[in-house]
Design a protein around this ligand. Structure first.
Ligand code: ARG
Length: 474
């Protein structure tokens, strides 16, 4: 059917907006126009907003209380039909708003037609979508909190476990596993606060903005704002119906969170790889290979890493949808929901996967110690000793230590195995006290500056993190 003409409904103009139309939409028009396949996810918010609107209309004397009661009862009926899977979603009714209203009309008849008084789908969809994003932020906050809780619990168990710390993925200095895990607790804390900022900024009510200009009917926007938990009505009707900053901000916050999860996922992949093998991922979060029987693949971590790419894509996608739109509403904005749904689902799953991986994490303490001691990771301890004991400027101490590293390399031994005479050949002032700073335990234990890696710090930081992020709970 090249023309895409809707043979079954040539004269079936939409009963909801079709007053001025003689013919129904072509099938292709119907297909490109319908959003019900995805925006049905807004049903709970749509019904809640409709109920708040209806109650306000009654209180303002705009519709009769009997009609209001019929509408409220009908909406409850629609809600339970949807939740029980008894609702028939229809593409001909385009979207969730008209599907709900269409069914309401079947249930209660004429009174249903009064619900849309002083309202447009434009303020309706903005309201529903904000409510959905707000609920989702609350849910993600719980997920991030659980992730933090798993990290803190693991950090407590490994407050003194020594691992190699890297810069440029080259062994740099020994650190504690707990310290490393707590770094992600901080990131997740910022993520929660970013989502919280987004939530606070979005919490202005678009309902009552009408199609774009407001309404001549005596509505009470304060009342619907309070009923729906908004802080206040949005101040400008044109802005309220065409603003999708909240969705973009949500996706931006999600992209940053995903970046954090992806970095941890990448570390898991590296640490679990054969040359490192300083951690083992649990069976629950690993897979086997169909050909290579020995394989134990970190698929969950890899997929978290990959989903990050898709999450970034949704942010770019929505920014691009919005960037050329004149005020106020354009149908382009219907394309705002899928990216947000996709990202919310992906991020929830990634958070659950990373939380599970951290809860199950097994570290190989012996291999970690070997890796932590390799590569002259105590060189800076020598330089610090020279600064503290010989009052040497750090630059000079760095240079002298570089010579010692070179000497140790020539002798194919670690710094701690150099003879005192070797140390003297570079710097005669060195005493055998130097050996007291060359061990791994001594190295990490000495890093007591605020925010440093010493086990005593980490134990304190875990307690502090519990207080800051988990309110003393777990
Ligand atoms: N389904 C639409 C959306 O998601 C609802 C708003 C439609 N408004 C309109 N004027 N056609 O954007």
């Amino acid at each position: 059917m090249a023309s895409g003409r809707n043979t079954k409904g040539e004269s079936q103009a939409s009963s909801i907006w079709g007053g001025r139309f003689e013919a129904g939409p072509s099938q292709i028009m119907e297909e490109i126009n319908a959003s019900i396949d995805f925006d049905r996810r807004l049903y709970r918010q749509d019904i809640a907003a409709s109920k708040a609107h209806c109650e306000m209309l009654v209180r303002q004397g705009i519709i009769a209380p009997e009609d209001g009661d019929a509408i409220l009862g009908g909406l409850d009926q629609v809600l339970s039909e949807i939740e029980n899977g008894d609702f028939e979603f229809k593409a001909t009714l385009e979207d969730i708003h008209m599907n709900v209203e269409g069914r309401l009309a079947e249930l209660i008849g004429e009174a249903a037609g009064r619900l849309h008084t002083a309202r447009s789908r434009n303020d309706q969809v903005a309201t529903d979508f904000k409510l959905w994003v707000r609920d989702t932020i609350d849910q993600l906050d719980g997920g991030l909190r659980s992730f933090q809780s798993a990290l803190i619990t693991a950090a407590e168990a490994h407050a003194a476990t020594i691992m190699p710390g890297y810069t440029h993925l080259q062994t740099a200095q020994p650190v504690t596993v707990g310290h490393h895990l707590l770094a992600y607790v901080e990131m997740a804390g910022r993520d929660r606060s970013r989502f919280g900022d987004c939530r606070a900024r979005l919490n202005e009510n678009p309902l009552g903005s009408g199609a774009l200009a407001g309404t001549s009917l005596p509505i009470d926007r304060q009342a619907t704002s309070e009923a729906l938990g908004f802080d206040r009505p949005a101040a400008n009707s044109l802005d309220a119906v065409s603003d999708r900053d909240f969705a973009i901000e949500f996706l931006a916050a999600a992209a940053i969170t995903a970046t954090h999860l992806s970095r941890l996922a990448e570390e898991m992949v590296i640490w679990a790889s054969e040359p490192f093998r300083i951690i083992t991922l649990s069976d629950a979060f690993s897979t086997g290979s169909s050909m290579l029987p020995q394989k134990r693949n970190p698929d969950a971590a890899e997929l978290v890493r990959a989903k990050t790419g898709r999450i970034f894509g949704t942010l770019m996608g929505l920014l691009t949808v919005m960037k050329g739109l004149p005020l106020a509403y354009s149908k382009d904005m219907q394309e705002d929901k899928q990216p947000v749904f996709e990202t919310a689902d992906a991020l929830n799953l990634c958070l659950a996967a990373m939380t599970g991986m951290i809860a199950d994490l097994r570290v190989d303490e012996d291999r970690m110690r070997v890796a932590a001691a390799a590569g002259g990771s105590n060189a800076v301890d020598v330089a610090d000793w020279l600064v503290k004991n010989l009052d040497m400027p750090f630059r000079e101490a760095h240079h002298a230590t570089g010579n010692l590293v070179k000497l140790a390399e020539k002798k194919s031994c670690p710094l701690e195995d150099l003879e005192l005479a070797d140390f003297h050949s570079i710097e005669p002032g060195i005493t055998d006290d130097i050996y007291s700073v060359l061990g791994l335990e001594e190295s990490v234990a000495s890093r007591v500056s605020y925010g440093g890696t010493a086990p005593a710090n980490v134990a304190g930081a875990c307690a502090e993190a519990r207080r800051r992020f988990l309110d003393g709970g777990g």
